[in-house]
Design a protein around this ligand. Structure first.
Ligand SMILES: *Cc1c(COP(=O)(O)O)cnc(C)c1O
Length: 351
């Protein structure tokens, strides 16, 4: 059974699961929804006809997403510009399933591009970033020589936190290769999005998610592309992939809870600047700049620091065993008091 051999060689997606009081390991929003909003959601859930399938097109949710984007970025979208996924992970998986053969992405980056490529037995074209984790033209050129069918650029990138050089992403787009800009963290960035490009050009799509802005639990991600492209990709999606409860909850949160969510994003951005400034004062820690709701640090002994933080009830993500990530730990932005506790813990450990 050849498929079993393939599975035996797979590296499954791993997350930190050690229970800790303060969880700064998964780039979630540190804020839960308000009680009032939860009350509204609870009432809505009671009205769901649970024996029924959800709307397979999730049209209302797409209209609300379009309105959310219109308010944020001034760009008008139609439901036909969207492909929804059970998390953007599912869309990554879908894209990799439908493309011909070769999947290109820089490393280090979000692990799902690699995981989905291995599962679907597609060829990986991995290329390196520079010492500041930015794109390098020579590396991209080498990748281009290998006939990529799709490029993935997570920008801001995970786990590094930085946005990529826009000109080099455009360089790939101008080669006509299908280019996906994964903007999971765009809400925390002041850099320009590729959304406009995505609705202009046939070979560009933007990926986004509700997971990093307070709704990781309901698994809603989305792709935005030109109508002609999105409607084709949407045919390959599984019919009822966004559950009835997820559609209803997302609709409520993006309308009645919109102010709340936007305010939380603002707090996270402000906290990021505060925490980074404090960590930078500790001389044995290198802090990388971040456009996301987390940041990356580099220390001499990441395993030691990671363990010591757990002892103090703080869970971070140890990245030090990945290529090019020696000594690196990724830290999500928490609530103000959690960030405070993190800083205090760091100071104690480094004293
Ligand atoms: C978290 C993350 C995702 C996946 O988000 P889901 O919508 O929760 O599946 C996609 N891309 C990047 C870069 C991420 O960090």
């Amino acid at each position: 059974m050849r498929f079993l051999e393939n599975l035996k060689n797979l590296k499954a997606y791993k997350t930190e699961t050690t229970p800790c009081k303060i969880k700064l390991s998964s780039n979630e929003s540190p804020f839960d929804l308000s009680e009032q909003l939860k009350e509204k959601i609870a009432n809505k859930i009671k009205e769901i006809p649970f024996q029924r399938y959800p709307d397979p097109t999730a049209k209302q949710l797409k209209e609300i997403l379009a309105d959310f984007i219109k308010e944020e970025e001034g760009i008008s979208l139609k439901p036909e510009n969207f492909v929804l996924g059970n998390g953007s992970d599912e869309i990554i998986n879908l894209l990799i399933t439908i493309i011909d053969k070769n999947v290109a992405y820089p490393i280090p980056t979000f692990p799902m591009y690699q995981v989905s490529s291995d599962v679907a037995r597609k060829n990986k074209i991995e290329f390196e970033l520079d010492e500041n984790f930015d794109l390098v033209k020579e590396q991209i050129d080498k990748a281009l020589e290998k006939n990529p069918d799709i490029f993935f650029f997570a920008s801001p990138n995970n786990p590094t936190g930085n946005s990529f050089n826009k000109d080099l992403i455009n360089y790939v787009i101008d080669k006509g290769i299908f280019t996906v800009i994964d903007e999971a963290y765009i809400h925390f960035s002041d850099k320009e999005s590729f959304l406009k490009k995505a609705i202009e050009k046939e070979n560009v799509a933007v990926l986004r998610t509700l997971s990093k802005i307070g709704l990781a639990s309901i698994r809603v991600g989305y792709l935005i592309a030109k109508e002609e492209i999105a409607t084709q990709i949407d045919k390959a999606r599984l019919p009822f992939n966004i559950t009835y409860p997820s559609q209803e909850i997302a609709k409520i949160v993006l309308t009645e809870g919109r102010k709340e969510i936007k305010n939380q994003i603002k707090i996270v951005k402000a906290e990021r600047e505060k925490v980074i400034k404090e960590v930078e004062k500790i001389k044995d820690i290198k802090v990388y700049p971040s456009d996301a709701n987390f940041f990356l640090i580099r220390v001499k002994d990441a395993d030691y620091l990671h363990k010591e933080l757990i002892k103090k009830g703080i869970l971070t993500r140890n990245m030090s065993h990945l290529p090019k990530m020696e000594g690196c730990i990724r830290v999500s932005i928490g609530k103000p008091e959690e960030n405070e506790a993190f800083i205090v813990a760091l100071k104690e450990i480094f004293d």
